[in-house]
Design a protein around this ligand. Structure first.
Ligand code: ADP
Ligand code: ADP
Length: 223
């Protein structure tokens, strides 16, 4: 699936967080959404994920308008928010089952899928623990697992490696690489190295404005 953003604007009172942003992401691309803190990355991603209404402009998944009222677009994409609101009191499998139900899965299919996703993201040794007992790296695996539970074609990952220690960072990057096959991914970060490590394309924003949009090869070639 592809993503198309057309003159997207979001204001909070007098503050313009996103300013007439337009870009396209083709099916199967892994796009780095790069910018400093406050650039408008999270705001854009919340809109793409269908959790925040833009002030003006629109975003599409293929030809379908992304809206906060529609469940259809939410079921086609997986979203890892920046501050993933995990239910700390829940057990790993219990939480993933709950998130799967919210995505429309049920019964034996859901049960099997929870087991499968726990293995896929490397949560096997931690699966009988409560989320509050997990390290930050494992909590981020839980976050990726909930985003992937319904096997969406599109993934929206908001700062997936921020705050991780160097070992966890490498592991989460490798995991993102592993799960990226046959998916369209937009991944926000404030670190160029992260884009170089994971992405095929970069979109740079600053103060809500598009600064550049290019393939990684061209960007590194032109400095
Ligand atoms: P980034 O993810 O790149 O750090 P954000 O999208 O979180 O950027 O924020 C963009 C700008 O919008 C910042 O100046 C931020 O303070 C502001 N902002 C974000 N959310 C809100 C909100 N709910 N109310 C007011 N201002 C907000
Ligand atoms: P997240 O991006 O995961 O929601 P944040 O820490 O960016 O987490 O924001 C926490 C909450 O505060 C969000 O609802 C966000 O929209 C809001 N927020 C962020 N920046 C501002 C701001 N400058 N003024 C008011 N609210 C803000």
């Amino acid at each position: 699936m592809s993503i198309r953003v057309n003159k997207l604007t979001k204001t909070y009172g007098a503050q313009t967080a996103v300013n007439s942003l337009s870009f396209e992401i083709n099916t199967g691309e892994i796009v780095g959404f790069l910018g400093p803190n406050g650039a408008g990355k999270s705001t854009t991603m919340k809109i793409l994920a269908g959790y925040l209404r833009p002030t003006s402009g629109e975003a599409f998944l293929d030809e379908e308008l992304i809206s906060v009222d529609g469940v259809s677009n939410k079921r086609k994409l997986g979203y890892l928010p920046e501050h993933n609101p995990l239910y700390l009191e829940m057990y790993v499998a219990e939480y993933l089952t709950y998130m799967g139900e919210l995505s429309g899965l049920k019964g034996k299919f859901l049960k099997d899928r929870v087991i499968e996703i726990i293995e896929l993201v490397g949560l096997g040794p931690e699966k009988n623990k409560k989320i509050e007992q997990l390290s930050k790296g494992y909590r981020q695996r839980v976050g990726l697992a909930q985003a992937l539970i319904h096997d969406p074609e599109v993934l929206i990952l908001d700062e997936p490696t921020t705050g991780l220690d160097p070992n966890q960072l490498v592991e989460i990057r490798n995991l993102i690489k592993k799960i990226s096959k046959n998916k369209t991914i937009i991944l926000s970060t404030h670190i160029m190295q992260e884009v170089e490590a994971l992405c095929t394309k970069v979109i740079v924003i600053n103060k809500g404005n598009l600064v550049a949009s290019d393939s990684i090869i061209n960007l590194t070639k032109n400095g």
